[in-house]
Ligand binder design. Structure first.
Ligand code: COS
Length: 384
């Protein structure tokens, strides 16, 4: 699955223009209102951004992973809230369905997801199940032709905007680990589903996360993803492997933007009679950031290429996610440093980006979880 080079280049140019002409100028509105304007979401629909990863036969654009990473990188040269609107539909909220859904499930949801008519959310995390995802407690108990869903999901991105929830729940409460977990495709309007108010966060204003509560929610057995119980955790892990590549591109995109801000400031701010970019200590900050950006971009594209060649990328995706998100933190920190006192002021965007990128090292697996995935994979290959 990939777009031909010429069409892809046109799409990439359109995204670059969209970022420059529409998204960057709207960043302050997003910050002030804590929301993304509806007209921008509409523009995203028209550009096909909701369908980036959905196969063409279901109405999407069907990009390869390498192409998706390139587009996401460009999109994330503006405030991260914009990417977040499409993020769950392009990534973790839809890819389990693409990978393992039945034909009927794909037909029901994918065309509407691809067009942006509905948005999806990925409901894995719970109050007591974060890094230890396999310990989730939400249950879906079979009752005749239905399942009855009970439990609470936490920090669910885009739940407030969603028209489809991908919900991981335990269909076999006697099985405590991964094998008792299944995935369901749930309409948030089903009686018994409550989407709580938006969480207040450190940064990334305009992104929406909230609790999702299921109380005796009756869903048809046909909502069981792939029609098979016990597959939910394994699919979620594959979806997260892929999602970690997507997030690496998010990290390199925003890192590039932050570095541009730092470079622009270093090129115009004068102290001691010259622009501060002439000072070697400032140059060291710029050079370290540029090097990390180049390394992160290169490794992400390398791993995305492996994904496209259907190689196992579990370890590589974790390496990319760890490196690029940690690098984004350092690049943002250096950008604040280059700005000096101005870097602490809301009037300059690096203050905002510094807060925004802090989340990257936490969601879709903390840095510590990535370390664990990397080392476990190394140990596994050493044992073979
Ligand atoms: N692809 C396919 N299957 C996988 C897998 C992967 N990448 N990773 C693990 N599995 C399988 C294992 O093979 C194992 O299979 P069996 O049940 O047949 O033995 C099963 O899943 C359980 O794996 P494991 O024993 O490694 O699970 P753990 O409970 O130890 O946890 C981690 C694994 C920590 C890696 C997992 O829970 C994780 O990624 N946690 C972070 C969750 C996360 O990212 N949350 C963010 C919320 S979504 S925004």
């Amino acid at each position: 699955m990939a777009l031909d080079n010429e069409t892809f280049d046109m799409m990439k140019d359109a995204v670059i223009r969209f970022v420059r002409e529409k998204l960057v100028p709207a960043e302050d509105i997003v910050e002030d209102t804590d929301d993304v304007p509806e007209e921008i979401i509409d523009d995203m629909r028209k550009l096909g951004l909701f369908g980036l990863s959905i196969p063409e036969e279901y109405g999407g654009i069907g990009l390869s992973m390498s192409q998706e990473c390139e587009i996401v990188h460009e999109l994330c040269r503006a405030a991260l809230a914009f990417r977040s609107v499409i993020g769950t539909t392009v990534g973790i909220g839809s890819q389990g369905l693409v990978m393992t859904g039945t034909e009927a499930q794909k037909q029901e949801y994918l065309p509407r997801l691809a067009s942006g008519e509905i948005i999806s959310s990925f409901c894995l995390t719970e109050p007591e199940a974060g890094s230890d995802a396999a310990s989730l407690r939400t249950v879906a108990i079979r009752d005749g032709d239905d399942y009855v869903l009970n439990g609470t999901k936490r920090y669910i991105t885009n739940a407030l905007r969603a028209g489809m929830l991908t919900v991981m729940a335990r269909t076999n409460p006697d099985k405590k680990g991964a094998s008792g977990i299944s995935t369901f495709l749930v309409d948030p309007k089903t009686p018994g589903v409550t989407i709580a108010k938006a969480d207040q966060k450190m940064g990334q204003r305009g992104t929406k996360t909230s609790d999702v509560i299921f109380e005796d929610v009756r869903i048809p057995a046909s909502a069981l993803m792939g029609g098979e119980e016990g597959q939910g955790f394994y699919t979620a892990m594959k979806v997260l492997d892929r999602g970690r590549l997507h997030l690496s591109a998010v990290s390199t995109g925003i890192s590039e933007r932050i570095l541009e801000e730092a470079l622009a400031y270093a090129s115009e701010r004068k102290q001691f009679g010259t622009i501060i970019g002439e000072f070697q200590l400032v140059q060291a900050l710029l050079a370290d950031s540029q090097t990390e950006l180049y390394a992160g971009t290169s490794m992400t594209l390398d791993a995305a290429g492996k994904y496209d060649r259907k190689e196992d990328i579990s370890m590589h995706a974790a390496c990319c996610k760890m490196f690029t998100t940690e690098a984004a933190g350092r690049i943002a920190d250096r950008a604040v440093q280059i700005h000096g006192g101005a870097g602490y002021m809301s009037e300059y965007k690096v203050e905002r980006f510094y807060r925004d990128v802090r989340l990257l090292r936490l969601y879709e697996g903390t840095t510590q979880i990535q370390q664990l995935v990397i080392a476990r994979n190394m140990m596994k290959s050493a044992a073979n």
